[in-house]
Design a protein around this ligand. Structure first.
Ligand code: SAM
Length: 270
């Protein structure tokens, strides 16, 4: 243990794991092996880092809080498998890691205040990633793993499931953290598809259609998509325009995006 006592900072989403049983369960779910390349986002004071390095994998970490850098350096700096990157994971250029396609294993007890934009940033780099294991707010994991038809199904479910297979592994109560967060948490595993089950012609247009559709989730698709697609175009995608967005599955959203990709409105809407 370092002499230095770090005070948890709310603005960095700091809730440090201290429950050895939970830490062990997460490490077993990740099951890192020698020679693998791991990237830990937000190592904090090293609750997961220590066990990850114990596997003899190569470990890059990205930590934003400057005060934690000397603590991490002090604890793990002498390990040749450890590489410390100071900075913002939201802006991190994954090309810097020089990782082979589908090789990187990304893990982290993520700062909950930035978890959604961070997941989108990672999805943009999905080609480099073999799998991801994250601690997130339980409600966010439920949205990622949701099926069409319910209130949890939305932009996050669709864009995550477009790129990845999602497994809600287990829940973690607030008592496992210091300080305890006000919400329940859960561990999720995301495995990028080797071949996309429903590949859109232009994935930016898919994002656009999904965003537009869920902006007003109580309205019909005919209504919310009117700036992008005509009633005829919606019908050409074999979608019933009188449905609400939460009733449509991923394949249907991809068909809508593909119709948009073929239409003259596409350039204006991307
Ligand atoms: N992994 C540690 C643990 O489980 O005890 C810490 C988890 S804590 C929930 C989130 C960590 O992410 C903190 O160390 C925080 O400083 C760091 N962090 C917050 N925003 C970040 C960002 N934009 N980029 C990188 N790290 C960030």
């Amino acid at each position: 243990m370092s002499e230095y006592q770090h005070r948890a900072r709310k603005r960095f989403g700091q809730n440090f794991l201290h429950d050895a049983g939970v830490i062990d369960r997460i490490l077993r779910a990740i099951h890192a092996r020698p020679g693998e390349h791991l990237l830990e986002i937000g190592p904090g004071q090293g609750a997961l880092t220590e066990g990850l390095l114990g596997s003899d994998a190569q470990l890059d970490v990205i930590e934003l809080d400057l005060d934690l850098i000397p603590i991490l350096q002090d604890k793990f700096g002498s390990n040749p498998n450890f590489r410390l990157n100071q900075g913002d994971a939201l802006k991190f250029d994954f090309a810097r890691l020089d990782a082979a396609p589908r090789s990187l294993r990304v893990v982290g007890n993520l700062p909950y205040n930035i978890s959604t934009p961070l997941i989108f940033h990672l999805l943009n780099n999905a080609a480099l990633i073999r799998d991801m294991h994250f601690m997130l707010q339980k409600e966010v994991v439920e949205r990622m793993a949701a099926a069409p038809g319910g209130g949890d199904w939305g932009r996050l479910s669709i864009m995550v499931q477009y790129h990845c297979r999602v497994e809600h592994l287990f829940n973690v109560g607030p008592g496992a953290f210091n300080p305890p967060p006000k919400v329940d948490s859960a561990i999720v595993r995301l495995v990028p598809h080797e071949v996309l089950p429903f590949a859109a012609k232009d994935h930016k247009l898919l994002e656009r259609v999904v965003r537009e559709a869920f902006n007003q989730r109580r309205k019909t698709l005919r209504n919310t998509l009117k700036g992008l697609l005509s009633t005829d175009q919606i019908a050409a995608a074999e979608v019933d325009g009188s449905l609400r967005p939460e009733q449509l599955d991923l394949a249907a959203f991809v068909r809508l995006a593909d119709i948009l990709a073929e239409s003259p409105n596409a350039a204006a809407s991307s």
